[in-house]
Design a protein around this ligand. Sequence first.
Ligand code: NAD
Ligand code: ZN
Ligand code: ZN
Length: 364
Amino acid sequence: MKASIVRSLGAGFELAEHVDIAAPIGKEVLVEVKASGLCHTDDLAAKYPLGWEPPAVFGHEVAGVVTAVGPDVVDLVVGDHVVGCLVQYCGTCSQCQAGNQVLCAHPEATLRADGQPPRLSENGVAIGQGMGLGGFAQQALIHEHQLAKVPDQIGWPQAALLGCGVVTGAGAVLNTADVQPSDAVVVIGVGGVGLNALNGAVTAGAATIIAIDIADEKLDRAKRFGATHVINSATSDPVEEVRRITGVGADAVFDFVGLKPVTQQALQMVAPGGGLYLIGVLDPTSVLEISAVELLGGRLHVEGVYMGSTTAKRDIPLYARLYLEGRFRLDELVSREISLAQIEEGYAMLKDPTVARVVVTDLS
Ligand SMILES: NC(=O)c1ccc[n+]([C@@H]2O[C@H](COP(=O)([O-])OP(=O)(O)OC[C@H]3O[C@@H](n4cnc5c(N)ncnc54)[C@H](O)[C@@H]3O)[C@@H](O)[C@H]2O)c1
Ligand SMILES: [Zn+2]
Ligand SMILES: [Zn+2]
């Protein structure tokens, strides 16, 4: 099959014509890939050592059709439409039992054990599979825990986005922060992921939804996604503006940017008793300074959010249903559709402020 391979860190995405994929064993599911979204994390993993050694096939926003299942698969059958999610969980540890799959103690349970033949290879040489998914390929071999079934009616590119951008943004609001109708919410950085926090805030019925960004095009789109107020932080003081709109600050502030000055400002926007939720990782070296008195006096909390605290097999079909009912916006997230050979160009397209997400839909 064809697959886009990153051969060494920084070498970029290169189309390979003859990659072998193994037959499913155990709880593995073979998926014919129909769409694969370009998330920034794959681009980072292709450049920096984040734990997936090249040569590897990345692509972790993947949707497709089940074409074969291993003998131990229990909840998927051939023909099912599925969406992958990078959250890997064993299903049996104490965190999994408590419903906290994002904290699973044995995520490696979703992968083949040492000594077993690799899932992917080229001329007999093993090729890694980013995040257990490897969606930038014509087919992907994935543990059933990393796949959620979605209704056949949802389009492929929209479905693919559910797996990362959507669960991360919407889940931060609905699962992690548990936003209530009376809440004032601030979303900083309304790109491909932050826009889904707006979807989540609208679903939660939040009274005040403030979007902050540095690009007017992004803020115009944020209004269409349900923001009640928008602030361009390049031209006005966002802390002052949030205080003016809310009076006391926001109950939940979501930082999808992750640059130190932005996060420090975000902390100043939180109302007494409220929370700051950290999602963006633009600058991995950024260290937050918090005054203990400020934290204590304001009874504030600061929380790192991983994958929207999702339970993927519950959340992905839920968001798909909300989309099909017209209650969740996904169409406008699919800005460009490209082929498997164009992944490098696709990442360059993401720099355009009018582009929210780029999705591989031509896998021929
Ligand atoms: N925590 C997790 O589990 C998780 C999962 C997926 C993605 N992420 C991270 O979420 C972040 C957002 O991803 P994305 O795909 O939406 O990226 P994106 O580039 O599409 O969006 C980022 C947005 O932030 C805006 N921005 C940049 N600098 C800003 C500033 N100084 N002030 C205000 N806005 C600013 C940009 O204009 C853009 O709209 C990334 O860092 C990504 O790695 C985290
Ligand atoms: Zn992602
Ligand atoms: Zn577990």
